[in-house]
Design a protein around this ligand. Structure first.
Ligand code: HEM
Length: 373
């Protein structure tokens, strides 16, 4: 059976889907979304301000909101525009690695590179002052804690207020950035919506990519033959990046296998089972990424010719930042394999501290050692 009832981390009931084809079909199904006509009584997913609860609304209201959001943001994050950013991202990655090698070994790669690169890039794109990073990092982490609803709500409120002030400032002093373009493209009186959207982008724009950069360093460290192959042939880095995106973290995470939450906005039949409107459905992207028919020997870390992973989702909600994340990941791993003769974890994977309380997971630190070329 590929559909079953499971308890959610928040203690309510949901339908979990684990079959690759079904997940792909359902990710593209507009009858499943983020809205609910009665959010206060909807099944809860997690006790967090991020993804914890549905929004109030019908299928039509959700589709209108979503179409507007994609129309406003898609040009700023298009693959073509992100490609233009590549040289800048590479320079930033090189500068961060220059700073790293000045540190005594072992050094914390998580702090020195994985966190800083996506944050520098998203700050530049959005027009958020990079000097504020430690402040919004705290709020962003608080916002995505899994089991402290008050802390999560407070983090969300702080980040929203911060973005609200930034939107007000940019109305008076426009910049060449995404938030200014959002302001210019939206009728007056929508400042709150722009602030929410920008807070979402700041969050989405760094938390996930940080965790994937760390995961790539771990996976390459555990598979030195792959590191050697990439050093000899850096043009294979994009394929390796897709495998890093597909593969699970070597450090087990509480957030693994929770699934992508959706609410049925109509009665939906799956495999002969009717999912009533209003029910919570979890799409098991991690399980789909381990489907043996798509990914032979799925537990192996091997760059693949065909790698149709669902890590960025699929369909109308396909990750808007995927082109940006791919540029960041390919540039940081190309810099790594071309600048260092040896590079890897300074401790055993079992000694790393997983961020189990965080929605996005990842590790708290990543001590590394290296020898430069
Ligand atoms: C490796 C890094 C990333 C991963 C694994 C990731 C993953 C995802 C996934 C799975 C979705 C689909 C959610 C759903 O179906 O409900 C999504 C949506 C989204 N992502 Fe990403 N993401 C990453 C990086 C980024 C970046 C850098 C940005 C910055 C702009 C971003 C912005 C967004 C936005 C705005 C959406 C919502 C799209 C929509 O609802 O139409 N993501 N992401």
């Amino acid at each position: 059976m590929t559909i079953k009832r499971v308890p959610t981390p928040a203690g309510d009931q949901a339908w979990l889907i684990t079959d690759y084809d079904q997940i792909k079909t359902l990710l593209a199904d507009r009858r499943l979304g983020r809205s609910h006509v009665d959010p206060d009584n909807a099944p809860r997913f997690i006790d967090s301000a991020v993804l914890g609860r549905p929004r109030q609304g019908t299928e039509q209201q959700e589709n209108e909101r979503h179409t507007w959001m994609r129309r406003m943001l898609a040009p700023s994050f298009s693959a073509r525009n992100m490609e233009k950013l590549r040289p800048r991202v590479r320079r930033l990655a090189d500068d961060l690695l220059d700073d790293l090698v000045r540190q005594p070994q072992p050094a914390d790669f998580h702090e020195a590179v994985s966190f800083k690169l996506p944050v520098l890039v998203i700050c530049e794109l959005l027009g958020v002052p990079y000097e504020d990073r430690e402040t919004f990092r705290r709020w962003s982490e608080a916002m995505s804690t899994l089991n402290d609803p008050r802390k999560s709500q407070e983090g969300h409120a702080h980040l929203s207020a911060y973005m609200g002030e930034l939107v007000d400032r940019k109305k008076k002093e426009p910049g060449d950035d995404v938030i200014t373009r959002l302001i210019e493209g939206t009728p007056s009186g929508q400042e709150e919506t722009i602030a929410q959207l920008s807070a979402g982008l700041l969050f989405a724009g760094h938390e996930t990519t940080v965790a994937v950069i760390d995961r790539g360093v771990m996976l390459l460290s555990l598979n030195p033959d792959q590191w050697d192959a990439l050093s000899k042939n850096p043009s294979a880095v994009p394929n390796a990046v897709e495998e890093i995106l597909r593969h699970r973290s070597p450090v087990s995470q509480r957030s693994d296998d929770i699934g992508m939450p959706r609410y049925a906005m109509a009665d939906i039949e799956i495999d002969g089972t009717t999912i009533p409107s209003g029910d919570l459905v979890l799409l098991g992207i991690d399980q789909a990424n381990r489907d043996e028919t798509r990914f032979p020997e799925p537990t192996q870390f091997v760059p693949r010719e065909s790698n149709p992973h669902l890590t960025f989702g699929h369909g109308p909600r396909f990750c808007l930042g995927a082109p940006l994340a791919r540029v960041e990941l390919t540039e940081v791993f190309t810099a790594l394999v071309t600048r260092f003769e040896t590079f890897g974890l300074a401790v055993d994977v079992a000694q790393l501290t997983p961020r189990t309380e965080q929605l996005v997971g990842g590790v708290a630190q990543l001590p590394v050692r290296w020898t430069a070329l």
